[in-house]
Design a protein around this ligand. Structure first.
Ligand code: UFG
Length: 326
């Protein structure tokens, strides 16, 4: 297939491009490099441009016979979305709408969308399945849910088929060592803990130990980046075969507390990690764990990195062999 990957220079997008290219697809990456890296796009064609730019999109769709579009170019920082909602609604909603409308004008009807566990808000129960109520508690979650709703309506009215994949905590790096997580600023737990282990950061700050969990720290469901990408490929294939839109929650179904993650990082790195306790971070639910049985059943999806130690190992290799050398 010929696939346009929007945001293919970012963390998840770049791993996706590699996996799709290795599976024999022809890939075109569109990325404005606001957060992505040109050198993270190691396969296929690269076009520097913005998904809000109709001229660039039109020229791509006119000159190439695109079969499907995957969209990874969303802004992702929950805290920032509370302080600057306008940029989240502009980029994540308005620009995505522009992409969808341009696709519709060129009769491109297959779409894979990066959604998030943040659409559920504070969970009523865990593990969280697809039926769980959707009540986001921040503009980031709202912006992703708005697109999911728009996709429902476009499906009915225009025949746009879309699979929305709700990620829990994407983590780890390409086991070949070619790609990994490179956010600036980095806000995610695992890369920050590993920076503390490698000495690039003094300590890891734990945001709250008074949650109603076994050790008082927040519990999350960490899923390896390659397993996440695998689910996208399978979702695209199934969506095209069945001519049907879908929604999937993606996680391992197993929760780990912040303290447990730090312990695993100590074990994997063999380093001491200094821990500083901090107050709770605004907007953090105590427990987020996915019920991914629908993806397992319908997509025959089987995560290969079901073990947190294996996930952290790949991230540690990236920290030591790439990030520490920058
Ligand atoms: N944490 C710390 N210290 C840090 C960083 C994080 O204690 O320095 C804690 C957080 O408070 C949280 C856990 O580690 O309890 C995981 O935090 P991350 O920032 O790594 O991930 P989140 O669960 O906050 O966010 C992830 C995605 C978001 C998505 C969200 C869905 O990164 O894009 O899941 O709820 F919106």
């Amino acid at each position: 297939m010929k696939i346009l990957v929007v945001g293919g220079a970012g963390y998840i997008g770049s791993h996706m491009v590699k996996q799709l290219a290795n599976a024999g697809n022809e890939i075109i990456t569109l990325d404005n490099l606001s957060y992505g890296y040109r050198d993270a796009v190691k396969y296929g064609e690269f076009i520097e441009g913005d998904l809000g730019d109709t001229t660039v999109l039109t020229s791509i769709f006119k000159s190439r016979d695109i079969d499907a579009v995957m969209h990874f170019a969303g802004f992702i920082q929950v805290g920032e979305s509370v302080l600057k909602p306008a940029i989240y609604y502009h980029n994540n909603v308005v620009n995505t709408l522009n992409l969808l409308d341009t696709m519709m004008r060129h009769d491109i009807t297959n779409f894979i969308f990066s959604s998030t566990a943040a659409i559920f808000g504070e969970p009523d129960y865990t593990p969280i399945d697809e039926k769980h109520t959707k009540q986001p508690i921040n503009p980031y979650g709202h912006s992703k849910l708005m697109i999911e709703q728009i996709l429902d309506d476009y499906d009915k009215a225009y025949g746009l088929r879309a699979s929305c994949l709700r990620y829990f905590n994407a983590a780890g790096a390409d086991p070949d060592g070619e790609l990994g997580e490179r956010h600036i600023p980095e806000t995610h737990l695992i890369p920050l803990v590993l920076q503390a282990a490698s000495g690039r950061r003094q300590d890891i700050k734990v945001f709250g130990d008074d949650y109603p969990t076994d050790d008082g720290t927040c519990v999350r469901d960490y899923i390896h980046i390659n397993d996440l990408c695998e689910a996208h490929s399978q979702a695209l294939q199934r969506m095209i075969e069945n001519d049907q839109s879908a929604r999937y929650n993606l996680g391992n179904g197993k929760g780990f507390s912040v303290k447990q993650v730090i312990d695993v990082a100590k074990e994997v790195s063999g380093k001491e990690i200094r821990v500083t306790m901090e107050p709770r971070r605004a907007g953090d639910p105590a427990v987020l764990v996915a019920d991914a049985s629908l993806a397992r059943k319908e997509l025959n999806w089987q995560p290969k990195f079901a073990d947190l130690t294996e996930i952290v190992k790949t991230a540690w290799d990236w920290e030591v062999n790439f990030l520490s050398k920058q």
